[in-house]
Design a protein around this ligand. Structure first.
Ligand code: PHE
Length: 339
C-alpha cells in the first residue's frame, strides 16, 4: 500500500500542465471528494498498527504536495496569461487615470498665442528683472516723465536702474534692438506693479503685448488685426477704439469689444453698457523706433497690449483675481483643456 502511495507521490511531483482543465482534472483526481486521498484516508483504519505512523505520514505528504502543486500551477497560469497580454480577469476594476488641468492663465495665453501665430506673429520673451532703459526710457518715458506714475513700479532698492518690469513692452524694445523689420511678434509674460492686492487687482499679473513693424503699416491694419483677434478669441467682431494716451504710441486707443446684453452675466460683466474694455493699442511713436535704431521715415508699426488675468476672469467668471495665484487644487482642477 505504502508503495502505491509513494508511486502517486512521484507522479504528483512530476505533474505539470498549462491547461486549466487538466489542472482541475488533476485536482479532482487527488483532492476531490471521491479522490484518491480520501480513499487512502479511508484505508487508514485497515492498516496494521505498526504501519499506521508511516502510512499517516506518507498520505499527509501526498496531500500537501498535491495541494501545493495545484496552487503553483494555477498561479503560474495566471501570471503567464497576463504577461502575454491576454485579457486576464475582466472583472477586475481598472486603474483610474487622473487627467491634469492647465492653469486658466496658461489656457488663455496659449489661445492668444495660437490666434496670432496663425497670422504670422512669433513669440518673444525677455527678463522679468529689467533696466530703466528697456522698461521706460526707450519707450519714450524719460526720467521725470509724469507718465511714469501711471505704472507703480517696484524698484530694486540698492539700484534704481533695476526694476521689475511693469509691462512686456520692454521685450518689444529688446526685440527691435536685435531684429530688423519686418517684425511681427507677441510677448507674453508676467509683469509687476506696486498696487494694493484686492479681488480686482494684484501686484503681479500677466500680459500679451504685440508689435508689428514694416513699411506702410497703418492704423487700418491695426484695427483689422484686432478685429480678427476678437472674433477668433471671443466670437465677437464688433469693436470700438476710444482715443487714449500711452507715451510709446501715437495715436493711442483703448479697445472695447461689444459683448452684448443678452444675459444677466453680460449685464454684470459690461456694467450695463454691453461693451468690454480689453486692451490698449496705438501706432508706435517715432521716438521709440529711433531709440531702437529703426528709421521712422522708412518704417511704421503698431503695438497693442492686453492683460491675460483680466480676460481669464471674464471668460471663466472668476470672482477674485487672488484665486489665480493661490494654487488651490480645488480651484485649479476645474480647468481641463486641450490647449
Ligand atoms: N504697455 C501698455 C500697458 O502695460 C499696454 C500697451 C501696449 C498700450 C502697446 C499700447 C500699446 O498698459
Amino acid at each position: 500500500m505504502i508503495d502505491t502511495i509513494k508511486e502517486h507521490l512521484t507522479q504528483v511531483e512530476n505533474f505539470s500542465s498549462t491547461s486549466m482543465d487538466e489542472i482541475e482534472a488533476f485536482r479532482i483526481k487527488y483532492l476531490g471528494k471521491k479522490g484518491l486521498l480520501n480513499q487512502f484516508f479511508a484505508e487508514f483504519k485497515n492498516v496494521p498498527k505498526e504501519e499506521k505512523a508511516a502510512f499517516g505520514q506518507i498520505i499527509n505528504q501526498l496531500k500537501n504536495t498535491a495541494n501545493a502543486k495545484v496552487n503553483d500551477l494555477k498561479a503560474e497560469l495566471e501570471n503567464h496569461t497576463e504577461a502575454k497580454g491576454v485579457y486576464g480577469d475582466l472583472t477586475r476594476p481598472g486603474h483610474p487615470i487622473e487627467l491634469g488641468a492647465r492653469h486658466p492663465i496658461s489656457i488663455v495665453k496659449n489661445r492668444i498665442i495660437e490666434i496670432f501665430s496663425r497670422i504670422g506673429f512669433n513669440v518673444s520673451e525677455g527678463p522679468e528683472i529689467e533696466d530703466d532703459w528697456h522698461n521706460f526710457t526707450a519707450l519714450n518715458l524719460p526720467e521725470y516723465h509724469p507718465a511714469r506714475d501711471m505704472q507703480d513700479t517696484f524698484f530694486i532698492q540698492t539700484n534704481p536702474d533695476i526694476l521689475l518690469r511693469t509691462h512686456t513692452s520692454s521685450v518689444q524694445v529688446r526685440y527691435m534692438e536685435e531684429n530688423k523689420p519686418p517684425i511681427r511678434t507677441i510677448s507674453p509674460g508676467r509683469v509687476y506693479r506696486n498696487e494694493a492686492i484686492s479681488a480686482r487687482s494684484h501686484c503681479f499679473f500677466h500680459q500679451v503685448e504685440g508689435l508689428y513693424i514694416d513699411k506702410d503699416v497703418s492704423f487700418a491694419d491695426l484695427k483689422q488685426t484686432l478685429q480678427h483677434f476678437t472674433s477668433e478669441m471671443f466670437g465677437k467682431s464688433k469693436i470700438r477704439l476710444r482715443p487714449s494716451y500711452f507715451p510709446f504710441t501715437e495715436p493711442s486707443a483703448e479697445v472695447d469689444v461689444y459683448w452684448g446684453l443678452e444675459t444677466e452675466t453680460d449685464f454684470k460683466m459690461t456694467k450695463g453698457t454691453g461693451w468690454l474694455e480689453i486692451m490698449g493699442c496705438g501706432m508706435v511713436d517715432p521716438n521709440v523706433l529711433r531709440n531702437c535704431n529703426i528709421d521712422p521715415e522708412e518704417y511704421s508699426g503698431f503695438a497693442f497690449g492686453m492683460g491675460i488675468d483680466r480676460i481669464a476672469l471674464l471668460l471663466y467668471q472668476i470672482p477674485d483675481i487672488r484665486l489665480l495665484s493661490e494654487n488651490d487644487v480645488r480651484f485649479l482642477e476645474q480647468f481641463k483643456s486641450s490647449l
